[in-house]
Design a protein around this ligand. Structure first.
Ligand code: ATP
Length: 344
């Protein structure tokens, strides 16, 4: 069976004066998938989302929803709903009334309205909160009401524009896991915009990495993290750990720019043995940063440039700051080095 395509973008472009916000984007979003548009501020993610919703008209290209061309269709004629970061709930209405509101506007009968709103609140784990007012909820609960308000319409596609941006880190991490669970349960296609790489890696089935209005890479979180297609992706998703062509030639015997993720690099002090078959490189420790679960080392390489290595603090938490200034040997299994090519 072939997968059905919920959203198909072809040659989608949008300019604002001289600014090319979105530049010939092609993208297929599969039915039921959680797809994240990830990229730095100004890379065009929100503009793509707004064009899918119909709030913004493309200058060129086409948008299909479930196989139907909607490029010229206004927002209310598209089977999508959008959840924004600044989810404005009506303060004078209860949680249930907030969720019911869209159905009331659509003249859905009262009983059905209440049933559907309760079911939507249940799916975001807010059963029992129906009669509260928004001011009696935490930020995460308010965000879930906003989500229920969108889910109650049973859209085919839900567009989420940095919906967790206003939450503090702990709540945000908790909501990331919950949002993914909710998406799996309701089976609706989610297109999620964020500039936070951890968020994208945590929740997505696939990630489209944006840069300058274009998709630089489209792939699963593992693809994008373990096999970044370009130096930009390598740097934006994870830590940029580049071996320039001169260092790569000298150390790896390979041409081009190469990279190794910090957690794949071992740090050897003194005469500690280096595993057979590893590529190795000497350097001087510039920085030692203790970050609880792990310790990060920034090592200036004898060949020029620097690499970051990360060591899990699996043994007793001892202070490794004495390694600052010391000569160390870095090594890694060659299977973990990958080439990064910049687009021309
Ligand atoms: P952020 O994460 O900051 O929201 P983004 O990746 O979503 O960024 P967009 O909001 O899509 O980026 O903006 C892409 C580019 O288009 C930016 O340079 C932005 O300044 C510009 N832009 C977006 N909307 C408009 C507008 N209405 N008028 C003029 N320029 C705009």
């Amino acid at each position: 069976m072939t997968e059905s395509i919920a959203i198909r973008l072809r040659g989608l472009s949008r300019h604002f004066g001289d600014v090319v916000a979105v530049d010939r984007v092609d993208l297929d979003v599969v039915d039921g998938e959680f797809l994240t548009l990830l990229g730095p501020s100004g890379s065009g993610k929100t503009t793509v989302l707004r064009m899918i919703a119909g709030f913004e008209r493309p200058d060129a290209g086409s948008i299909e929803l479930a196989g139907v061309d909607v490029t010229q269709v206004p927002p209310y004629g598209r089977d999508v709903n959008t959840v924004f970061q600044d989810y404005a709930l009506f303060p004078h209405m209860s949680v249930l009334e907030n969720v019911e509101y869209g159905l009331r506007v659509k003249k859905v009968p009262k009983v059905e309205r209440a049933d559907r709103a309760r079911a939507a609140l249940d799916s975001v784990r807010l059963s029992g909160y129906e009669e509260r007012s928004p001011s009696q909820l935490s930020g995460g609960q308010r965000q879930r009401v906003a989500l229920a308000r969108a889910l109650v319409n049973r859209p085919k596609v839900l567009l989420l524009d940095e919906p967790l941006g206003a939450l503090d880190l702990k709540l945000r991490e908790q909501m990331q896991v919950e949002l993914k669970e909710i998406q799996r349960e309701v089976g609706i296609t989610f297109v999620f915009v964020t500039h936070d790489q951890d968020e994208a890696l945590t929740m997505s089935d696939r990630i489209a990495v944006f840069n300058n209005g274009r998709i630089e890479q489209l792939g699963t979180p593992t693809d994008v993290y373990e096999h970044p297609a370009t130096a930009f992706v390598a740097g934006f998703v994870g830590t940029s750990n580049l071996l320039d062509p001169a260092a790569a030639q000298l150390v790896l015997g390979r041409s081009g720019t190469w990279s190794v993720r910090p957690e794949k690099i071992l740090v050897h002090v003194g005469d500690a043995p280096v595993p057979d078959g590893h590529h190795r490189l000497n350097g001087t420790v510039r920085e030692v940063v203790y970050v609880g679960m792990s310790t990060r080392f920034v090592v200036d390489l004898a060949t020029g440039g620097s690499l970051m290595a990360v060591r899990q603090n699996t043994d007793a938490s001892h202070d490794l700051s004495h390694l600052r200034g010391q000569t160390v040997c870095l090594s890694w299994d060659p299977q973990y080095e990958y080439q990064v090519a910049d687009p021309t």
